[in-house]
Design a protein around this ligand. Sequence first.
Ligand code: DAK
Length: 259
Amino acid sequence: MSKNYELIEVSKQGKLGLIALNRPKVLNAINRPMVSEILDAMENFEADSSVRAIVLSGKGRAFAAGADIDEMANDNAIDFELRNQFKDWDRLAMIKKPIIGAVQGFALGGGFELALCCDMLYAADDAEFGFPEVNLGVMPGAGGTQRLTKLVGKTRAMEWLFTGKRISAREALHCGIVNTLIAKELLLEETIKAAELIANQAPVSIRFIKEAVLKSVDTPLNEGMELERKNFYLLFSTEDQKEGMRAFIEKRKPEFKGK
Ligand code: DAK
């Protein structure tokens, strides 16, 4: 990849775009330039038709131990408002290609929020999630209270947000925060394999499925059903639908073009 990033590592592997947070000395603490770099890389992958899925991971012993506390310690409310920093986070959650996260070690605070922006999460046995913001006299601001609650329900979310207590990989699996647990040394390899399966599916199907599933989180059933139906109809105007069904009938593997 031609671009030079300082705080993340970005590469392409077949149909995948790979992004790895790369400040291992501070456990990938997420500072503002890092969020901009992540967004820039995601947007480039979104615009690149050869990329069908994105894998997001962290280098070193953590996925990310939260937003950079040194950077924000002296901020005040108006600094946040004027910088409008949340717009980058909001944009991250709107990337239309599937994002598969690989979490090892800590995914805390903003790191957990970033993980919750992924569509699927693979985690190492040593992964630990949590929202320690309460210990710092603040609270999550990049979607944590909302996305966690919608995922695991009110009582668990309240407990974890009130106490800042860490959630083990096993508990995260049990509560549906992560899809599967993998031995740490195989985490990235296995996440890439899972992402490749998705990358080989019909891209427009994947895109519309992501849109419909995300819609279900904050819409009444009937509204969500309407979107699902429209997307379903729309897929019948793609070449990939014709190819997919023809391939089934001809008993061969489909070759999807993303059109
Ligand atoms: N920020 C800055 N540095 C961090 C850090 C962080 N979040 N987490 C770790 N580090 C640094 C440590 O300071 C240490 O640096 P040196 O002392 O070596 O220079 C290095 O990483 C290694 O960490 P430790 O020595 O502490 O390692 P341990 O294994 O002993 O402990 C730990 C690991 C994860 C338990 C501990 O480092 C820790 O408690 N870290 C802080 C966790 C935390 O409180 N995270 C939540 C931060 S609040 C926003 C969007 C999002 C947010 C805010 C605004 N906007 C869009 C405006 C989110 C807020 C948060 O995430």
